[in-house]
Design a protein around this ligand. Structure first.
Ligand code: ADP
Ligand code: MG
Length: 363
């Protein structure tokens, strides 16, 4: 086993997760983890950028540097906390912060910020980033990338397993016994709930669903949200803030509805978008990871909508639900460092498996 570090900051824009992982490519053991929330000011600038607001090249470059510095800082903190020296770590896999994801059209791209030169130079460790665009250059969506890792650590069971990562966006990985893994984005995970809660409660997210639990699901609104054509598209598919944003939601709200009812309906919408896809498969085990697994309303509704499934978190199968996505990027760094493919063409739609990422040497 070799040590790799994974850094993830997802579409929720809640902050940065960093993990230290021992892996040989087949197994992955979590050795240490740490998280840091984004400063509100940084979060706001990232939100504006992800909403398509124009910024100058100077602001762009400064944001890239600022994020690269934040990633370097969290790695130094992780090393200090775990008592591991930089020389013991083979490489860092850093997802970066997505500011635009455009998988379709004439000029597809997926753009993550966070200067990995700074990360490599300040930590003294090889830093690998830009994991998505090689897959896109091969005709893929560049996303989701976590299914290959889910397959390694949670695949090979005798029963049906689906892993759902509920971050800003929710994506599933279908691990059917004896079959190659499939996976795709299924809809908004926490993103719309976070947005509404911020607007109406001034909180970054609906902690323990306190707000949503005060409301009732509005069935007309729910039905309307579920008519979104993207939901019915066949895989491969991926999405982000570019589709499920404030304008998307506001355009669908009825004239008279309480804020709590909207919150409850958004939770139900996220649960339905996931459950509708899961229900297409023979029943088994649905394992949740990502922050959405801490939302009791979402978890309860998933169980109710999938009565024949055992719904639990990935913790029950031995993989820390909060560390999973960052662990996947540590694993992706392992793949790249050893010249192994990181993508699954059946998932992303790329023409072939490929070595992903850009390698930044510290020397
Ligand atoms: N206790 C909780 N109650 C409700 N939602 C939660 C809770 N803890 C985390 N979350 C949700 O999880 C999100 C963060 O999930 P995360 O997996 O980090 O997503 P991403 O990968 O997009 O950053 C938060 O924005 C919030 O919506
Ligand atoms: Mg996060």
């Amino acid at each position: 086993m070799e040590l790799f570090i994974g850094i993830m900051s997802g579409t929720s824009l809640d902050g940065i997760d960093a993990v230290l992982v021992a892996t040989n490519g087949q197994q992955a053991e979590l050795k240490a983890s740490t998280s840091r929330p984004f400063a509100e000011n940084l979060r706001q600038r990232l939100l504006n950028l992800a909403a398509g607001h124009a910024i100058t090249a100077k602001q762009w470059g400064e944001l890239d540097t600022e994020l690269g510095q934040a990633y370097a800082d969290i790695v130094l903190q992780l090393l200090a906390e775990s008592g591991i020296s930089a020389t013991q770590v083979r490489a860092i896999g850093c997802h970066g912060q997505t500011v635009w994801h455009q998988p379709l059209g004439q000029l597809p791209f997926s753009l993550q910020l966070g200067d990995a030169n700074r990360l490599a130079a300040q930590t003294g460790i090889v830093a690998i980033n830009d994991f998505r665009r090689k897959d896109m250059a091969l005709g893929g969506q560049g996303a989701p990338l976590v299914p290959a890792f889910h397959q390694q650590v949670l695949g090979n069971t005798k029963h049906m397993r689906i892993v759902v990562n509920i971050g800003g966006i929710a994506n599933i990985t279908v691990l059917a016994p004896g079959q190659a893994a499939l996976g795709y984005d299924v809809g908004p995970g926490n993103m719309l709930m976070d947005l509404w809660c911020k607007q109406h409660r001034g909180q970054a997210f609906d902690k323990d669903a306190a707000f949503g639990l005060q409301g009732q699901v509005n069935s007309a609104l729910l039905a309307n949200l579920l008519t979104e054509p993207w939901l019915a598209l066949p895989a491969p598919k991926s999405t982000g803030r570019e589709l499920f944003d404030e304008a998307w939601l506001v355009a669908r709200l009825p004239a008279a509805i309480s804020a709590a009812d909207v919150q409850a309906t958004l939770a139900e919408f996220s649960a339905c978008a996931i459950a509708n896809e899961v229900a297409k498969w023979p029943a088994g085990e649905l394992l949740v990871c990502g922050g959405g697994g801490h939302n009791p309303l979402l978890m309860r509704r998933l169980s109710a909508l999938l009565p024949n499934w055992r719904v639990d978190t990935t913790n029950s199968a031995g993989v820390d639900m909060d560390a999973m996505e960052a662990m996947a990027f540590a694993w992706l760094a392992h793949q790249t460092w050893h010249g192994l493919p990181g993508n699954l063409p059946a998932v992303t739609g790329a023409s072939r498996p490929a070595i992903l990422g850009a390698i930044h040497l510290p020397g």
